[in-house]
Design a protein around this ligand. Sequence first.
Ligand code: COA
Length: 305
Amino acid sequence: MEETKAFRWLLDVQPLWPASGGGQATQSTAHWAAGTAAQHALTFLTDGERARALRFYRPSDAKLSLGSNLLKHRAIANTCQVPWSKAVISEGAHKKPCYRPIAPSTKTLEFNVSHHGSLVALVGCLGESVKLGVDIVKMNWEKDHNTVMKDGFEAWANVYESVFSDQEIKDIAGFVPPTSGTDQDKIRAKLRHFYAHWCLKEAYVKMTGEALLASWLKDLEFRNVQVPLPASQMDASERNGGDWGQTCGVTEIWFYGKRVTDVKLEIQAFREDYMIATASSSKQIKLSDFEELDVERDVYPLQAQ
Ligand SMILES: CC(C)(COP(=O)(O)OP(=O)(O)OC[C@H]1O[C@@H](n2cnc3c(N)ncnc32)[C@H](O)[C@@H]1OP(=O)(O)O)[C@@H](O)C(=O)NCCC(=O)NCCS
């Protein structure tokens, strides 16, 4: 069987499309959208996509929506070799965004997007035989730490009892951090372990497309979940430079008590507080390293398109 290769892209929207006069965080989306850079980028969306992006109250959310749509159009245009105007985003089962080629003989693309914080990730591969899912999580240390200090970790884990199996809840609540650090370090390690579980499950359910509607969330159980270390905590010899931390791909997947062996699942740390999980319905697929895109050079269409 020919090896399928999935590409993985990452776009950080934080430095992009500043509002005129700066100070984006406190401004309205309408003010942000009036900036020259945002106006330019928004012209590459369809009317509906632009309207949806501008409906977000906070400019930071509007930017994620803009970034998400730009990446989807770019992925379709590149992979299916169609002009930007024909790289139309549709919705498949359970509203999972997809591409429906105009002519049946033309190329197709499987893809999935996630955004959190200031990052947008897209994973994609040619064809439709493999299903893909991606999820980004970002720890909110201040908020999460306060909640854990107030209610304890068991209460924290129990909030998610409709999402995780009983064993997963036990694993999350009872996780013993491998480090011998301060109490704060231990809480951080437990929170990272929880977020790794969450991120992997989200990537899996997004791969299937069922997402929030999946009735089997509790019957999908991940065991031996490893938490990827951020680059700052890796041995110097292991570091590959930049913001990328460890990748862990040894999670066992169990579904209704049976081991699932044909799904590829991995999770990678990015900067201090992000983790990104990727799920693929085929183990044969090769997942390329994440490529950090430059919006001007790699994403925007040429004006002629
Ligand atoms: C949209 C959804 C699929 C993911 O939401 P999220 O995790 O908050 O957000 P993410 O940033 O990771 O993903 C958003 C993207 O998912 C994609 N998406 C939407 N519906 C999807 C579906 N049914 N399947 C897969 N991907 C979907 C979209 O591309 C969307 O981005 P866009 O609107 O800019 O195109 C959400 O409806 C959901 O079901 N979340 C699961 C929530 C949950 O209970 N998780 C528990 C752990 S599994």
